[in-house]
Design a protein. Structure first.
Lengths: 162, 226, 617
């Protein structure tokens, strides 16, 4: 994260404490998480006590304080998806990838998140992969999705080497 | 120029200062309403819910916390009905089941009428009353600690978990905490938690000494240090 | 486009735009809402654009990318007017055929028409489809005609006709009286009379009042606000403008949850376009009324749907609710009088002003007037967004519109009102969708979420699900919510894992009662509802878990066993390959066996078996 990038985000918002969440949103969108240095800068530039910025960053699910994997698998656990078995999907992902929600696989490829409703309820269960939604998911479809992504990664690595 | 309003608390008409809370007014006039997160010189947040009272309005009664309810002319408040006693007892039961290892919490539970605890005991070292955070923010204005996280994960922490250099090392957070008073008989072992029924609170919020005897209404009837 | 300085200029613009479109003979509406996009409607849209271009039809055919039509399962959806032709499951490859056959030659393509799942009948037009026929789509039908990113579409369709009526020479009290007379009640869950709310706000002292649109829509299973805001943001804006004019607000916010990026995008575009035309800003249409709107994004917190938490969030703070002994209409955003209403509530306002309060309350019941959008999902055939008149029975919604059970499992219950609501059993399905009727029965209309459950849904698991959800979303400030929900969950988990005792049911009820009376905000106060309603109507299921240590629906993992039916298994080995725990053994073409000790009940074998041989009891 460059100081220039952060500067752009803070443009027009300095000394305005009520812009805190918007600023953090932009930082999250651009860098994938909120680095410690960003929290310190935001505190200074917006005029919000450091502990308050830290508090807001830790309160809202949208903000991650640690980097996530390259492919973020977000399972929708809303009611409609739940009655169609989203529980099994989440368990399956945890099992297959060996990590808990919020963690990253050792190879940095995957992280799992769960969200309480994406609003595409008629097509559930939904799994979002880096923002694109997959509908009517089942454990076997999820297995294929994970395999495809891992395979793609290996192929890319081979191409990079060759 | 102080303005006054007349409010009815447990049937007694009280000449209260406008702008003060029902809790402050009641305690001032000797009606004990149990409380944990309220501290006279700090802001009120209504987190512990122990100070609940019945606010009678248009024939209906609403259960609300007296620390966040300001007195208004003609207000009718009931602090010790069967309903309130039961709710308070249940809340205190939840509280002591979380953190039995504190004299203050045990004392409160006892005084709220808790005789048995129907939940498995947990041994938390913080009840999230927020006294430490408020004294640091409002009195010392150091802002070295604060609430972080949400829901079950809510806890008190330094920024990033590291004591900052702007912590004034005043020790007030420790002094004001209901958990740091020596626990009864030392730390409890899992499976051996119990209500000892002898602990006195020793929470020195107001002046040390005898409690405000309940002259008006039945009140709490504790007769101990408050 | 130049700024409009008077009502007359707006009408001239409307006329001019309509004239410009006179050469259009056909309009093709393709859904670009989140649901259809997930089904790849963007590719369909692109394909149509290419086809229309290459067939030289750009001047006579208008391609309108609309918002959600509510029938997401059938997407991508395409509607062609005139003729009201309704095509579903459209793929990019169909573009040529649709343009050539239907648009040019006027012939229908049978295979793309909607097919009724029960009778197999194909329906030619949207109006005939039973799903739509049984509805009263006052608000949702307005999504058909507009591209949400085009203020011109909204104006051509007749939008911004209500606003001018309240700008000059109309007293605020007149506007508020009309809303009061209509009987409109909050559509977000509270059901509070809207007119009364506006009245209190108008009377509250303060010089900087605010209006807020609550688009946080946190109820899992509810997506009607997304649909309305994504699909017709100007309708919501117009409602807010009218409200602001009524209470004397100069600034408004649309608070959109973080998980709805398309709604955020479309709201921003709508505000920009309105500003450009002078419908937002100073002296709107030459009147003394000035009004500005900003879009605020949520941070991923269900609790921010609560009014004080939402306002704290706009102020850049954590979304922790505050006690509401003084209402937010008096002391709200930045301690100023604030009127906060839900998306759907605002969306109803323009038509009340246009058509009058009597038109609005001509539908509905004594206590609940107008229509309500429901998100009908779960184990039924037709899922989607449904708009019905208040007073419609649950039975009509679930069976006539929803089409009944999705498969052979009979329907058992319906969950309404999200995590604050409750579950109602089949014998209560004659109850009407009505604020007071459902509340009395132990549930609520809430935001309109309606999840249908069948025999394979465990009601104890449903209570557990909602408690887990609320525990995740609780802000954690007050004791009864933070600890109370945790302890309720502890008891229910004991029950679902076979450690339940009968006296725990009494404790559960007492604890639920305590939490509902002492919690600080609505989240905590209504948290016990799913528990209490399932205890009330489905107690036998709880008792089965406790006394017999069985889960009748076959859901609670600790109480079920997966086994292979020897009559159906043909030894194909697909399940063995799928099992991640090595729990299945068997030779080729021999009946396979599941080792109960190793089985983790993950369900992957069951979802892969093509012979329905894997059973759960």
């Amino acid at each position: 994260m460059t100081p220039q990038a952060l500067d752009q985000i803070l443009e027009g918002r300095r000394s305005q404490p009520n812009q805190l969440i918007e600023v953090l949103q932009d930082i999250q969108e651009n860098f994938g998480y909120i680095p410690r240095e960003a929290i310190k800068s935001v505190s200074q530039e917006l005029g919000v006590p450091l502990i308050e910025v830290y508090r807001v960053a830790s309160f809202y699910k949208a903000f991650r304080l640690k980097p996530s994997g390259k492919n973020v698998l977000t399972m929708c656990t809303g009611t409609a998806c739940h009655v169609r078995g989203s529980d099994l999907l989440l368990d399956y992902a945890i099992d297959q990838l060996g990590i808990k929600p919020g963690e990253v696989t050792p190879d940095g490829l995957f992280s799992i998140e769960h969200v309480n409703c994406l609003g595409a309820c008629a097509l559930g269960p939904i799994v979002a992969e880096n923002g694109s939604y997959h509908k009517h998911m089942t454990p076997s479809k999820l297995r294929k999705l994970i395999e495809t992504i891992s395979h793609q990664k290996t192929e890319d690595a081979h191409h990079a080497q060759a | 120029m102080l303005q006054y309003v007349n409010v009815s608390i447990d049937g007694a008409i009280i000449h209260a200062v406008k702008g003060t809370s029902v809790l402050d007014t009641a305690v001032e006039y000797g009606i004990c309403i149990p409380h944990l997160c309220h501290v006279p010189y700090l802001s009120d947040i209504g987190a512990c819910r122990l100070c609940i009272v019945e606010h009678v309005v248009n024939g209906r009664s609403e259960v609300t916390t007296s620390c966040t309810l300001n007195v208004e002319e003609g207000m009718v408040i009931l602090t010790n009905t069967d309903k309130i006693r039961k709710l308070r007892r249940n809340l205190a039961e939840l509280l002591v089941a979380q953190a039995p290892n504190s004299r203050a919490i045990q004392d409160i539970a006892l005084r709220c009428g808790v005789t048995e605890v129907r939940y498995p005991f947990r041994n938390e070292d913080c009840v999230l009353c927020g006294r430490c955070v408020r004294v640091c923010t409002e009195v010392w204005q150091a802002r070295a600690i604060g609430f972080v996280g949400r829901g079950k994960d809510r806890h008190v922490e330094y920024p990033f978990g590291i004591q900052p250099d702007f912590c004034k090392q005043c020790g007030n957070c420790v002094q004001i905490c209901p958990m740091t008073i020596p626990p009864c008989d030392g730390p409890m072992k899992p499976g051996e938690e119990y209500l000892c029924r002898k602990c006195e609170s020793q929470l020195m919020d107001e002046t040390p000494g005898s409690c405000t005897w309940c002259k008006l209404g039945e009140g709490f009837g504790c007769g101990r240090y408050v | 486009m130049p700024r409009l300085n008077s009502y007359r200029e707006l009408e001239h613009l409307r006329e001019r735009l309509r004239e410009q479109r006179q050469s259009i003979t056909t309009t093709m509406m393709v859904c670009g809402g989140t649901g259809c996009r997930t089904s790849n409607s963007q590719a369909v849209i692109d394909a149509f654009r290419n086809e229309l271009s290459s067939q030289g039809l750009d001047d006579s055919v208008r391609l309108c990318v609309t918002g959600c039509h509510g029938f997401c399962e059938q997407g991508p959806v395409v509607i062609i007017e005139p003729g009201n032709t309704f095509y579903c499951h459209v793929s990019p490859e169909d573009a040529f055929e649709i343009v050539y056959q239907t648009v040019v030659k006027g012939e229908l393509i049978e295979r793309l028409l909607y097919e009724d799942p029960v009778s197999g009948e194909r329906f030619r037009t949207e109006a005939e489809i039973p799903f739509y026929k049984a509805q009263e789509r006052r608000i949702l039908s307005q999504n058909r005609m507009v591209d949400p990113c085009s203020i011109e579409d909204y104006i051509v369709a007749g939008g911004y006709t209500a606003l001018p009526r309240v700008l000059n020479g109309v007293a605020p009290e007149e506007i508020i009286n009309e809303i009061k007379a209509s009987g409109l009640r909050g559509r977000g869950g509270g059901g509070f009379p809207t007119g009364r709310k506006w009245d209190e706000c108008l009377g509250a002292p303060g010089d900087e009042k605010y209006v807020i649109c609550n688009a946080d829509e946190g109820d899992p299973g509810a997506y009607m606000d997304r649909c309305v805001l994504e699909g017709n943001p100007h309708l919501v804006l117009e409602g807010m403008m009218i409200g602001a004019r009524a209470i004397g607000a100069g600034k408004g916010y649309v608070y959109v949850r973080n998980e709805y990026p398309l709604a955020v995008k479309h709201s921003r575009i709508a505000v920009e376009q309105a500003r450009e035309l002078g419908l937002l800003g100073d002296n709107i249409l030459g009147s003394p009324f000035s009004f500005e709107v900003d879009i605020a994004r949520g941070g991923g917190a269900f609790v921010c749907g609560e009014s004080t938490a939402l306002m704290a969030s706009i102020e850049g703070k954590v979304g922790e609710p505050h006690p509401k002994d003084v209402h937010t209409v008096v002391d709200g955003l930045y301690h100023q009088p604030t009127t906060l209403n839900n998306v759907e509530t605002w969306a109803n306002v323009p038509s009340i002003i246009l058509n009058g309060s009597s038109w609005f309350n001509s539908k509905g019941t004594k206590g609940s007037k107008g229509t309500k959008i429901l998100a009908l999902t779960g184990r039924i055939k037709n899922t989607g967004l449904v708009e019905v008149a208040m007073g419609t029975s649950i039975r009509e919604v679930v069976f006539d519109i929803g089409g009944g059970a999705a498969n052979s499992n009979p329907i058992k219950a319906v969950q309404t009102g999200g995590p604050s609501g409750g579950c109602l059993p089949l014998d209560k399905f004659d109850l009407a969708v009505d604020f007071d009727v459902l509340a009395e029965a132990g549930s609520m209309v809430g935001s309109g979420g309606m999840v249908v459950m069948d025999e394979e849904t465990c009601m104890v698991d449903v209570a557990k699900y909602f408690l887990e959800f609320l525990q995740d979303e609780s802000c954690g400030k007050c004791l009864p919510c933070r600890v109370g929900i945790d302890r309720m969950l502890e008891i229910i988990t004991d029950i679902t894992e076979g450690r339940g005792r009968m006296e725990q049911l009494d404790l559960l009820e007492e604890l639920a009662d305590t939490v509902s009376q002492t919690a600080l905000c609505g989240l905590g106060k209504t948290a016990p509802n799913p528990v209490l309603s399932t205890l009330r109507y489905f107690r036998p299921e709880y008792e089965a878990h406790i006394k017999e240590k069985k889960c009748p629906a076959g859901v609670c993992k600790a109480l079920i066993t997966y086994w292979i039916d020897p009559e159906k298994c043909n030894g194909c080995g697909v399940c063995i390959r799928g099992c991640a725990h090595g729990a299945i053994t068997g030779e080729k073409k021999q009946v396979h066996v599941i080792d109960d000790q190793l089985c983790q009940k993950c369900g992957i074998c069951r979802s892969e078996c093509k012979f329905d041989a894997i059973q759960v009891t």
